[in-house]
Design a binder for this molecule. Structure first.
Ligand SMILES: Cc1cc2nc3c(=O)[nH]c(=O)nc-3n(C[C@H](O)[C@H](O)[C@H](O)COP(=O)(O)OP(=O)(O)OC[C@H]3O[C@@H](n4cnc5c(N)ncnc54)[C@H](O)[C@@H]3O)c2cc1C
Length: 457
């Protein structure tokens, strides 16, 4: 008899896990209380990249006049003034719908049973869910908890929760504000600062750490800060939002240095939070907190016995591709085809301009671990393709072990960095040395040639 596998959540962890388990012969039921595709497809990765793409097109219009006859600036300005936020939102929604619809088709083809309701543990082998036909019980042999995360809105902003936007509902903002205050200079905060400033919004970013993107290499964060400031973004790093008050439609934020910041809208992009209240994992002896479900094995994704977890709920890496890999690993392990997950080789990317990406160890992390490393760096200033794109402010930095020459990590700021980083992920996965990477021939002219340039140093 086929194994009965239940999957909680149809985000980038849950839906690939369900598909993998079904392909491996399991009888799969997916519980989704909201929309197929989870945060990633509906209010995360894809909507934000759709908005960023629109923003890039406005940047291109801003730039076009220098290739035109005199006087074209006025026409470009006029076009920029006609920006339609509803049309940008409509395109974003159309992209999302196409992708979420695709998941439904894949589920149907794989004969996956979808229960459009919130599931809750009754006991270790039974879930309950309130469906259109009433509350039903579902038994299972194995379960994958892929319940994701929700936007984290701490004090003082929680007291005006319905008057501010968070990193999930910002996509529904009905009109672009004149002034937007973004609280949090992490990846999501920076991407929104970049795109909103391109869409003519006056943006301020408040970040309590001394720099933007505190989790990334400092050189990347410095470069991005310069670029954002050039676009007119007001960066308030090393400051904390101490209080917030409303004054009519205006929001006034008191900062830790005693100054005030006034805005028409606020986006709180401080992070994500695990919330398993409605799943009742305590009914099967599982514990969780804001950071995630407790006791998940970081290699096998097993929590205990027949219970597995994947995605944001594990707290290992709040990224969609990490979620997908974790979901697939969980499904394979349940279905008797052992696989392991390696959090050290999860690439990360920031889709600003320039794009930033990294994988493996950064120079700082390697130094913190006391490793004897070699750092090879090349600047895009010497890269033909980057120059032709007026995008020569980036760099590639390659970290390797001094004794063995083994590649340890890479960070880069360059056009299409989010694509180029996969080259390094493959090299790291394969255990390449820098010499082996040096033997790779890159087409000319490409941004990737900067890799060969760095390794030649
Ligand atoms: C603005 C923004 C931009 C982002 N951009 C990127 C990016 O560019 N690249 C990237 O890699 N990551 C990005 N992320 C992060 C990415 O979206 C998440 O890491 C990813 O969605 C996590 O997938 P998941 O399946 O674990 O959880 P989710 O996508 O949160 O899905 C979990 C699903 O479980 C459902 N669920 C929860 N509890 C229950 C229950 N009891 N019963 C039934 N269903 C339940 C939820 O409704 C949800 O649909 C972004 C996030 C945000 C907010």
């Amino acid at each position: 008899m086929a194994l009965k596998v239940a999957v909680i959540g149809a985000g980038p962890a849950g839906y690939p896990a369900a598909l993998a388990a079904a392909r491996l012969g399991a009888e799969v039921t997916v519980f989704e209380k909201d929309l197929l595709g989870g945060v990633c497809l509906n209010s995360g990765c894809i909507p934000s990249k759709s908005l960023l793409d629109a923003a890039h097109r406005f940047d291109a219009v801003r730039d076009i006049a220098r290739f035109c006859e005199d006087g074209a600036e006025t026409q470009a300005q006029a076009l920029l003034g006609q920006l339609s936020w509803p049309k940008i939102q409509a395109r974003q929604l159309a992209v999302t719908r196409k992708l979420t619809g695709g998941i439904g088709v894949l589920f149907k083809q794989a004969k996956i049973n979808v229960v459009p309701a919130a599931a809750a543990f009754k006991d270790a082998h039974t879930l309950t869910a309130r469906t259109a036909e009433g509350t039903k019980e579902f038994s299972f042999d194995y379960i994958i908890i892929a319940a994701g995360s929700t936007a984290f809105v701490p004090p003082p902003f929680d007291k005006i929760r319905d008057k501010i936007y968070d990193n999930s509902n910002i996509f529904q903002i009905p009109r672009l504000p004149k002034r937007l205050a973004i609280i949090g200079g992490g990846v999501i905060g920076c991407e929104f600062a970049s795109l909103m400033s391109s869409l003519n919004v006056e943006v301020s970013v408040v970040e309590m750490q001394p720099r933007l993107l505190p989790a990334m290499e400092e050189s990347l964060s410095r470069l991005l800060a310069q670029k954002l400031q050039k676009k007119g973004v007001h960066l308030l790093t090393g400051k904390q939002a101490a209080d917030v008050r409303l004054d009519g439609d205006r929001k006034i934020i008191s900062l830790s240095d005693g100054t005030e910041l006034e805005a028409d809208d606020i986006l709180v992009a401080i992070g994500r939070s695990c919330d398993l209240t409605d799943l009742h994992p305590e009914n099967t002896g599982l514990a969780w907190n804001r950071k995630g479900l407790q006791g998940v094995n970081p290699q096998t994704m097993q929590v205990k016995d027949h219970i597995y977890a994947a995605g944001d709920v594990t707290g290992f890496s709040l990224l969609a591709h990490a979620a997908t890999r974790q979901g697939e690993v969980a499904a394979h392990n349940i279905c008797g085809q052992p696989q392991t997950y390696n959090n050290d080789l999860i690439p990360s990317a920031v889709y600003t301009s320039p794009e930033l990406a990294s994988v493996g160890l950064t120079r700082t992390q390697a130094q913190q671990r006391g490793l004897d490393v070699k750092v090879q760096k090349a600047f895009m200033l010497a890269n033909g393709r980057a120059l032709t794109q007026d995008a020569a402010e980036g760099f590639v930095e390659i970290i390797s072990a001094k004794d063995s020459g083994k590649l340890l990590g890479v960070c880069l700021a360059a056009p299409n960095a989010s694509e180029i980083i996969s080259l390094f992920t493959v090299a790291l996965e394969a255990g390449f040395t820098v010499q082996q990477l040096r033997n790779v021939v890159f087409p000319h002219p490409t941004v990737s040639e900067a890799v060969a340039d760095a390794l030649a140093r």
